[in-house]
Design a protein around this ligand. Structure first.
Ligand code: HEM
Length: 419
């Protein structure tokens, strides 16, 4: 169902398996950046959109949040799912998170949780994050000399951090793990609950059920944590609606989990595949800040967000009508050689590194500083204790059209016990 105006290469954006096949993906994106940087895609089960592949264009669109709106299509979902989501919102149910909102409402809702992601709150969380990082590296020693780094370590560490930030009990950990995997893994057969829309919606309802009980308890007995801030937050003096409260938990629990797991596991894979860079980081541990930034650029765990034009406009001369949507291809922007020297080289000392993996502008990732802190903490614990590390099998990437990275990273290693 491609149209004559569509460039075939751009159909990768409507193909969940493309992100699991990096050579094919990067070849198509390089072609698009050069020959068709604003490519119309009318393919698969999706409504048409324009794929934006140049860094400068992604940045310009994200900067202009009056012209480019998040509602009604913040991410790529099938036409059928778009319709269900719209019907649910119209009926007062359904997901309406920060990423679905525009100003002025977005700014007010974002402010409710924002303090918990600022340096002061994060400094209070540092000791807990370092303890967790150490416990997971200790676990690697215990289960070594081989493990699946994704399944055994990388999925658990960020989720434990999020649960600590929200103030949830560790007993709820496995339930949250399963739900976030089902939610973000909806395009992957290994992760999803099922293929029907009803099965996908069931995951959402389970999330809502868990969090509505949490809201009730935090309203009755407020505690000093992010969950209480959300449960008791107000907009224009009014408490958040049930939908907005539940949606806030959903975005924090889900956005803070898989994304960071993908950056951590993809970052470790990049170090294994570039042993010179691993040695450099061992010799110069002060490079940890630039190394983490490079891991985030390299893996770009969030593949896209979308925006919809509030007025008729153009991008690079291509007319885009009011109501039409653009797909911001972060993975492509982060390999744009107009911005990055040798974009396909993994360089732990890369500076500057103006990647767009956390987006830009009013929706800039609320958890960026937390993600950086977690990654610094884990690699600062891991690298000095590591005598050797290698792949013990083929790494496997998840199929996705939104958030994704490694599903499996089999490794063999020799790691010293911690103090
Ligand atoms: C490496 C890890 C992460 C990556 C790559 C990432 C990426 C992103 C991106 C691309 C956006 C959208 C930005 C835009 O539209 O301009 C976003 C938004 C968001 N992220 Fe993250 N994120 C990560 C970790 C986290 C963590 C740890 C949390 C919190 C616990 C978090 C919470 C959020 C929230 C709440 C939003 C919505 C902000 C808004 O719409 O105002 N993220 N993230």
């Amino acid at each position: 169902m491609s149209t004559s105006t569509a460039d075939d290469a751009a159909t990768i954006f409507a193909d969940a398996t493309a992100y699991a096949d990096e050579p094919r993906l990067h070849a198509a994106m390089a072609h698009l950046r050069r020959h068709n940087p604003v490519a119309r895609v009318d393919h698969g089960p999706y409504r048409p959109f324009y794929a934006i592949t140049k860094h400068a264009d992604v940045l310009d669109i994200e900067r202009d949040n009056k012209l480019w709106l998040s509602a009604p299509r913040p991410v790529l979902t099938t036409a059928a799912a778009d319709d269900v989501a719209k019907a649910q919102l119209d009926s007062g149910a359904g997901l309406r998170t920060l990423i679905h909102m525009d100003d002025p409402h977005h700014r007010k809702v974002r402010a409710i949780g924002a303090d918990w992601f600022r340096p002061k709150a994060l400094r209070n969380l540092q000791t807990r994050v370092d303890e967790l990082a150490k416990s997971y590296v200790d676990k690697m020693v215990e289960i070594g000399p081989e493990c699946d780094f994704v399944e055994d370590i990388a999925v658990h560490f960020p989720l434990s951090v999020i649960l600590s930030l929200l103030g949830l009990p560790e007993a709820d950990y496995s339930r949250m793990h399963k739900l976030t995997q089902e939610m973000f893994g909806a395009d992957d057969a290994e992760y999803r609950r099922g293929t029907t829309l009803e099965e996908r919606m069931a995951t959402l309802l389970d999330f809502f059920d868990y969090f509505s009980k949490l809201t009730a308890s935090r309203r009755e007995n407020p505690t000093d944590d992010l969950a209480s801030a959300i449960a008791n937050g107000t907009v224009d003096g009014e408490p958040l609606s049930d939908v907005d409260t539940a949606s806030y938990y959903v975005i924090v629990a889900s956005a803070g989990h898989d994304t960071t797991k993908d950056a951590i596991s993809g970052g470790l894979r990049a170090l294994i595949e570039n042993p010179g860079e691993l040695d450099r980081l061992r010799r110069e541990p002060e490079l940890i800040g630039t190394a983490v930034e490079e891991m985030i650029r390299w893996t770009t765990p969030v593949k896209e967000f979308m925006r919809t034009a509030a007025e008729d406009t153009t991008v690079r001369g291509v007319p885009i009508a009011k109501g039409e949507s653009v797909y911001l291809a972060y993975t492509s922007a982060n390999r744009d050689d107009e911005v990055f020297d040798d974009p396909f080289t993994f360089d732990v000392g890369r500076f500057p590194n103006q990647h767009l993996a956390f987006g830009y502008g009013v929706h800039f990732c609320l958890g960026a500083a937390l993600a950086r802190m977690e990654m610094k903490s884990l690699f600062t614990e891991l690298i000095p204790r590591l005598d050797s590390i290698e792949l013990a099998g083929d790494p496997e990437l998840a199929a996705t059209v939104f958030v994704g990275g490694l599903k499996h990273l089999p490794i063999r290693y020799s790691l010293r016990a911690g103090k």
